[in-house]
Design a binder for this molecule. Structure first.
Ligand SMILES: C[S@@+](CC[C@H](N)C(=O)[O-])C[C@H]1O[C@@H](n2cnc3c(N)ncnc32)[C@H](O)[C@@H]1O
Length: 212
């Protein structure tokens, strides 16, 4: 396996020491995309929020501050990432304002209509069946809830060697619009293209769910 392939696999499912190192690299690289996507999410005080694919839990403190008396749930398939997040957020976990969950995007371990907001930052590349995951998110989103997705623009990502080994599904603006358009009619979505530094661009898709 090449180094590029190994990095792609660690980004998809961080494991062991390599996963730990990858997690810390993600913290630096993903800081601006995470902040922009949290802004788009417009978390309200008292809100119940899900960060799907939380990695090392970088988004959790900002989400918890915005949610105030609400609760932020974080889900990941990686024990290595959850261990880092558990250590970083021990105080809030004890207080019950952050709850970590082991789980898979394909079958979110939550009841219908659980969340006011769902954050999906830098994870859409790993949705093996993107339509099914979108439907699963809408299942756990409350009526009037909001989903915000961040993906680095596929036209930029296509230049990176670590995405060329089948670990990542890339999204251009048109592909992301195409996926969001498959959501039921009662969902409204919009997309913005943002600069995230070093000449790289990101796509933020925000979906407002109005299903009763
Ligand atoms: C590239 S990291 C992004 C982490 C964080 N959201 C960020 O922006 O820094 C992708 C994360 O998604 C998780 N992940 C990938 N596929 C998953 C799945 N099917 N179910 C749950 N978590 C998954 C990985 O374990 C990893 O922690």
């Amino acid at each position: 396996m090449t180094l590029a392939h190994a990095i792609g696999r660690q980004l998809e499912h961080p494991r062991g020491i390599g996963g730990w190192l990858t997690g810390h690299a993600m913290r630096v690289v993903n800081a601006r995309p995470t902040a922009l996507t949290i802004d788009a999410l417009a978390v309200q005080a008292g809100g119940i929020v899900l960060d799907m694919g939380c990695g090392t839990g970088d988004a959790l403190e900002a989400l918890a501050r915005k949610a105030g008396s609400g609760v932020v749930y974080a889900l990941d398939q990686s024990d290595a990432m959850l261990a880092v997040a558990r250590k970083r957020h021990a105080r809030r976990i004890r207080a019950g304002s952050i709850v970590l969950n082991y789980g898979d995007f394909a079958a979110l371990p939550f009841a219908d209509a659980s969340f006011d907001r769902v954050l999906a930052s830098n994870v859409i590349y790993f949705w093996q069946n993107p339509y099914a995951v979108l439907v699963e998110i809408l299942r756990v989103l409350k009526p009037a809830g909001r989903l915000s997705i961040y993906a680095t623009d596929g036209t930029d990502m296509a230049k990176w060697s670590f995405v060329k080994h089948g670990t990542h599904i890339l999204y251009t603006a048109a592909a992301l619009d195409g996926l969001m358009a498959t959501a039921p009619d009662s969902a409204n979505f919009r997309q913005q293209r943002v600069s995230v530094g070093l000449g790289v661009h990101g796509l933020i898709a925000t979906l407002d769910w109005s299903a009763a």
